[in-house]
Design a protein around this ligand. Structure first.
Ligand code: NAD
Length: 479
């Protein structure tokens, strides 16, 4: 049984003022594996005060000092990659290869920020003015459970690179990962107060951070509903806000696509991170005349997609993170059936061959609906599980119209054997990222959403500038 009863404030592990105990589960077995003592609003205030005290000195450091810090943080997190992989499997249930990637990603984002910092110029000219990119102040960083360690490190990396100090509120459901990351970052030896980590509930710790007048900036990743409430909460003190929210990403299979490659790629895009991914390609848009071919290929690809024990290397889809999430996904499968979508694969209940009853983990059958129209609930709402919708289209114009007919705009995929044509389609898609014939990530490119998928960008220079304010100094140079 894991007992986590400390948070991290002002460079030290301390007992929270909050007294609430929160249970951690292994989603593959539905068994309790730990207890976390949660921080409360008073802890959040202490953390904010520590970050505020640290800001004047830290914001004045040379970027070479901060780059060296980021490199130490990278080394320290990388050294804990095995522990972190184990924690991701145990408390989140990501399949082993994904868990390993998530642990390495958490370390890599720190090094990427250091490299960016080395080449980033904080000073530039605009006419006769000197423009100085200036750190915003104390940043509040709030993360979700589906990539907790990665977002702690990614957001903190950008804040540190910019010269901001930080108060981090990780997901309360990811406390094992948070403990390992905190221990590693402590080893990196940053000045006290530069970063503080307070695991607690969104309604208490999160709410305090998003309303506190000493917090200048919020970087939040999570649901669109909570993102909107954070924007409202931050309005009173005009906080700068970066929101990375939900998605309902389209996968456009063009009529010239090599289906033997495109269909497995589309399913991989949809089932990524066990379907618990904001970037998941959950709407697969298929030319009507090739629908039968796509369905046959999709059926056989799903048959080969194993949902089960995350420790088994053959597993592609792990359990849902919680009972609540499992029930949510089941509800959407039921809605899909009730609204008249055709079940091509999967369906309600647990996958075959896994423990049932009280021993059952929160596993979902990989599910693909076909004959979906874009106005059905399963095509409009983010399900956050391995449930995909195949939507037939008439021609390219209609495909683009369907792709854009959504409140979201985080990511899109275009699959075609003609790169120039795919590029032209990509130009017309309303999304922050369009991936052509690939699932690869580019850490130097900005990441974030159009429309209700968010505000602002993370990663690369755009992500860094989200923690900076340009200050123009005039009168230094003749015009
Ligand atoms: P969530 O919105 O429920 O919670 C996210 C975080 O916000 C948690 O730490 C939570 O405790 C905190 N929170 C909750 N209420 C709050 C409040 N009132 N004030 C401040 N903080 C509060 O999301 P989740 O269930 O943890 O994660 C799943 C969601 O995250 C999905 O909708 C998914 O699409 C989204 N997501 C987006 C991205 C992206 O980059 N766009 C990436 C991953 C996940």
């Amino acid at each position: 049984m894991h007992i986590i009863d400390q948070i991290y404030i002002d460079g030290a592990f301390v007992t929270p003022h909050g007294e609430e105990l929160f249970e951690l589960f292994n989603p593959a077995t539905a068994q309790v594996i730990g207890r976390v003592r949660l921080a409360d609003a008073e802890d959040a205030r202490r953390a904010i005060a520590a970050a505020r005290r640290a800001f004047p000195a830290f914001s004045g450091t040379d970027k070479s000092v901060r780059s060296a810090m980021l490199r130490r943080m990278h080394e320290a997190v990388r050294a804990r990659a095995d522990d972190l992989t184990e924690a991701v499997i145990e408390e989140y249930g990501a399949p082993v290869s994904r868990s390993r990637w998530m642990a390495e990603h958490a370390a890599d984002v720190l090094l990427q920020a250091a490299e960016l910092l080395d080449s980033y110029d904080f000073q530039r000219r605009a006419g006769s003015a000197e423009v100085v990119m200036t750190p915003l102040g104390v940043a509040g960083l709030i993360t979700p459970w589906n990539s907790n360690a990665g977002f702690i490190c990614g957001k903190l990396a950008a804040a540190i690179a910019a010269g901001c100090t930080a108060v981090i509120k990780p997901s309360e459901m990811s406390a094992l990962q948070t403990r390992i990351v905190t221990e590693a970052l402590h080893q990196a030896g940053l000045p006290p107060g530069v970063f503080n980590i307070v695991t607690g509930r969104g309604e208490t710790v999160g709410a305090e951070i998003t309303t506190h007048p000493d917090v200048a900036k919020i970087s939040f990743t999570g649901s669109t509903a909570v993102g909107k409430s954070i924007l409202r909460a931050g309005a009173e003190t005009l906080k700068r806000v970066t929101l990375e929210l939900g998605g309902k990403s389209p996968v456009l299979i063009l009529d010239d696509a090599n289906l033997a490659q495109a269909v497995p790629l589309a399913l991989q895009a949809g089932f990524i991170n066990s379907g618990q991914a904001c970037i998941a390609g959950t709407r697969i848009l298929v030319p009507r005349e090739r629908l039968a071919e796509v369905e046959a290929l999709a059926r056989s690809a799903v048959e080969q997609t194993r949902a089960g024990d995350p420790r088994d290397p053959a597993t592609a889809i792990g359990p849902m993170v919680s009972r609540k999430q499992w029930e949510r996904v089941q509800r959407y499968i039921r809605i899909g059936i009730d609204e008249g979508a055709r079940l091509l694969a999967g369906g309600e209940g647990l996958p075959q061959g896994l423990p049932q009853g009280s021993q059952a983990g929160w596993f979902v059958r990989p599910t693909v609906f076909s004959g979906v129209s874009n106005d059905m609930t399963i095509a409009r709402e983010e399900i956050f599980g391995p449930v995909l919708a195949i939507i037939p289209y008439r021609d390219e114009e209609e495909a683009i119209a369907i792709a854009n007919d959504t409140q979201y705009g985080l990511q899109a995929y275009v699959l075609s054997s003609d790169p120039a044509r795919a590029r032209a389609v990509a130009a017309r898609i309303e999304a922050g990222r369009v991936l052509i014939n690939t699932l690869a990530h580019e850490p130097k490119a900005p990441f974030g959403g159009f429309k209700q998928s968010g505000i602002g960008r993370e990663y690369g220079s755009f992500g860094l500038e989200a923690f900076l304010e340009p200050k123009s100094v005039l009168g230094m140079h003749a015009a």
